[in-house]
Design a binder for this molecule. Structure first.
Ligand code: SAH
Length: 506
C-alpha cells in the first residue's frame, strides 16, 4: 500500500517572513510540497527545500480567484499522493482562515494533520505600531470580528447594539471594504461618533501604514489616503495609544525603497539586512554568478595547494563556491595544509570561519589594493607563492601590488559574473515615477551591467540617490557621469547601509 501523506497547516505569521514560529520553519524544511496563498510572504519559501513543489493558490474575494474547494482538492490530492504537505496560511491558520473546511476534507480522506499556530495580524499589528489593544487603564477586553459580515444587513451574526456598548478594543479583520457601514452601524447603535479609530495596513512589512482618525470620519479619510487591504480596523481608546510606542515606522530606513544590484542570491541576503532596518528592498539582479571550479586551471591549482604560502579570497561568493567545489571533489579544509589564508574583508573572513577556517590576515580597509599593501607591510612576501582565488573579472590592482612586492602570484578564477537577463522595465517605470529612493552598488561589474540596461540619463534626471560600497565602485559610477551620493567608509553591505542611514539624517 502506498504511504499516505501528511498535512501541516502552518501559520505563516502576519507578513514579515521571520515572524513565522520556529516550529513552522522547521516543518517547512521537511515539506515535499508547499501550498501558499497571497497573505503568506513569498520569502518564506527560502525555508523550503530547493526541490520542494510550490503551489500558489491566490485566494481572493470575488471572481477569477481560486475557490476554497480547489484549495481543498489540491491539499487532499497531494497528501494522498504520499507527500508531506505544508499549507501556509497568513497569520494564524485558525483565525478567520476557513480551517474547518480544510480539516473536514482531510479527515474524510483519512489524511493525518498538525496545526502550527502563527502570529495573527492583529497581535502583530499591535506590536509593530504600539497601538496597544489591552491596557489596564482603558481596555480590559478585546474582540476580533470579521468585517465581511457588515455588508449583508440581514444575515449578519454581529449584534451591533452589543458591540456599540462594548467597552474594550474592537478589531475588524477584512473591514476596509465595509468600513463605511461598520462605522455607520456602530454610530447608529450609540457608539460616540468621536470614538478613536486606527487603520493599520500591511502590518510588519516595509509598506506598513497607519491612519489615526475617529469613527465618523474614518471611512472618508481611508478613501482619501487610499489605504488598501490587508488592513485592520482598531476601534476604541486603544487607537489613541502613545505615538512614542511606535518603534517600527521610526526606523531610519523605514519606507525607503532601496534597489539591490548584486546577483539574485546576493540580493536575497542583502534584502534581509534592509528589512531589518525597516527598508523596502527591490531586487534587480544585474549579474549571474557562475562557478568555474570545473576548469582545469582551478583543478590544477588545487593539486599544488600545499606549495602555496598564501591563499587569498576576495569575496564571500568565492569562499562559498570554493567549499562547494571541495565537497564535490570529496575534499575538505585540510587541503590548505600549512598555507596561510588571507581575506579581503570582515564578511569574507566570516564566510571562511563558517567553514572552520580562520583567516590569518584581513586588512583594515577592504579593497584589493589595501589587501596587497597591508599584506606586504605585515609580512615578507618576497619570493613567496601566493594564490588568488577570485572572480574572473576582478581588477588587476591586487596582482600588481603583490608582484611589485616580489611575490610569485597565481591568479585563478573561481567564478565569473555574466549579465542577468531580467526585464528592466519595472525598474525604469519606478525610477520615472520617482518611487525609488536609493540604488546600491556593491561592485564595479554590477555598475557596468546596470547601465547596460538602464540609461544613465534616466538615473541622472531622477531623484534616485546613488550609493556605493567603496571607492573602486564609486569610480566606475563616475565614469558613467553619475553623481555618487553615498560611498561607504566600511566596505561591507552593513557599512553601506550605515552610510545610507547617516546620509538620510542630514
Ligand atoms: N488568518 C489571518 C487572517 C486572515 S483574514 C490572521 O490570523 O492574521 C485576512 C485579513 O487579515 C485581512 O483582510 C486583514 O484584515 C488581516 N491581515 C492579514 N495580514 C495583515 C497585515 N499584514 N496587516 C494588516 N492586516 C492584515
Amino acid at each position: 500500500m502506498m504511504k499516505k501523506g501528511f498535512v501541516y497547516l502552518v501559520g505563516a505569521g502576519p507578513g514579515r517572513a521571520d515572524l513565522i514560529t520556529v516550529r513552522g520553519a522547521e516543518v517547512l524544511k521537511t515539506a515535499d510540497c508547499v501550498i501558499y496563498d497571497k497573505l503568506a510572504n513569498p520569502a518564506l519559501l527560502h525555508y523550503a527545500r530547493r526541490d520542494a513543489e510550490i503551489v500558489h493558490v491566490p485566494k481572493r474575494i470575488g471572481k477569477g480567484s481560486c475557490t476554497q474547494d480547489e484549495i481543498n482538492h489540491v491539499l487532499v490530492e497531494k497528501a494522498l499522493g504520499g507527500k508531506t504537505v505544508v499549507r501556509l496560511k497568513g497569520g494564524d491558520p485558525c483565525m478567520f482562515g476557513r480551517v474547518a473546511e480544510e480539516l473536514a476534507v482531510l479527515i474524510e480522506a483519512g489524511v493525518g494533520f498538525e496545526i502550527v499556530p502563527g502570529v495573527t495580524a492583529a497581535v502583530a499589528a499591535s506590536s509593530y505600531t504600539g497601538i496597544l489593544m489591552t491596557d489596564r487603564e482603558y481596555s480590559s477586553q478585546v474582540t476580533f470580528i470579521t468585517g465581511r459580515e457588515a455588508a449583508g444587513k440581514d444575515q449578519s451574526n454581529i449584534d451591533w447594539s452589543v458591540l456599540a456598548k462594548f467597552a474594550g478594543t474592537i478589531v475588524f479583520y477584512m473591514g476596509i471594504g465595509t468600513l463605511e457601514s461598520i462605522a455607520q452601524r456602530l454610530i447608529e447603535n450609540g457608539k460616540p461618533a468621536d470614538t478613536p479609530v486606527a487603520i493599520i495596513a500591511n502590518a510588519t512589512l516595509p509598506a506598513q501604514r497607519v491612519l489615526r482618525s475617529i469613527l465618523e470620519r474614518v471611512s472618508d479619510e481611508c478613501k482619501e489616503r487610499k489605504i488598501e487591504p490587508p488592513a485592520l480596523v482598531v476601534i476604541g481608546e486603544a487607537a489613541n495609544s502613545d505615538a512614542r510606542f511606535d518603534w517600527f515606522m521610526k526606523k531610519p530606513l523605514f519606507g525607503k525603497h532601496i534597489v539591490m544590484t548584486r546577483d539574485a542570491i546576493g540580493n536575497a541576503a542583502f534584502a534581509e539586512k534592509i528589512v531589518t532596518r525597516g527598508g523596502n528592498p527591490i531586487s534587480f539582479p544585474t549579474i549571474r554568478i557562475e562557478s568555474l571550479t570545473n576548469s582545469n586551471e582551478f583543478l590544477q591549482a588545487l593539486t599544488k595547494f600545499h606549495r602555496y604560502d598564501w591563499i587569498v579570497f576576495t569575496s564571500g561568493n568565492g569562499v562559498a563556491i570554493f567549499f562547494e567545489a571541495l565537497k564535490d571533489l570529496g575534499k575538505d579544509a585540510r587541503v590548505f595544509g600549512s598555507a596561510k589564508v588571507a581575506a579581503i574583508g570582515s564578511k569574507t573572513a566570516a564566510k571562511l570561519a563558517s567553514f572552520g577556517v580562520t583567516a590569518d590576515f584581513v586588512p583594515d580597509v577592504f579593497t584589493g589594493r589595501e589587501l596587497g599593501r597591508q599584506l606586504i607591510r605585515s609580512t615578507n612576501v618576497h619570493g613567496k607563492k601566493i594564490l588568488l582565488l577570485r572572480s574572473q573579472i576582478a581588477s588587476n590592482e591586487l596582482v600588481d601590488v603583490l608582484v611589485g612586492g616580489g611575490a610569485d602570484v597565481d591568479n585563478v578564477a573561481l567564478y565569473t559574473a555574466t549579465a542577468s537577463k531580467d526585464d528592466p522595465s519595472y525598474l525604469v517605470e519606478a525610477i520615472r515615477k520617482g518611487t525609488i529612493d536609493y540604488v546600491t552598488f556593491a561592485s564595479p561589474s554590477s555598475v557596468d551591467e546596470f547601465f547596460e540596461r538602464i540609461s544613465a540619463d534616466l538615473v541622472k534626471a531622477s531623484k534616485v540617490k546613488v550609493t556605493s560600497i567603496g571607492p573602486v565602485t564609486s569610480e566606475r559610477l563616475e565614469q558613467f557621469g553619475i553623481v555618487v551620493h553615498v560611498t561607504a567608509s566600511e566596505h561591507t553591505l552593513d557599512g553601506l547601509l550605515d552610510a545610507i542611514e547617516e546620509y538620510g539624517v542630514i
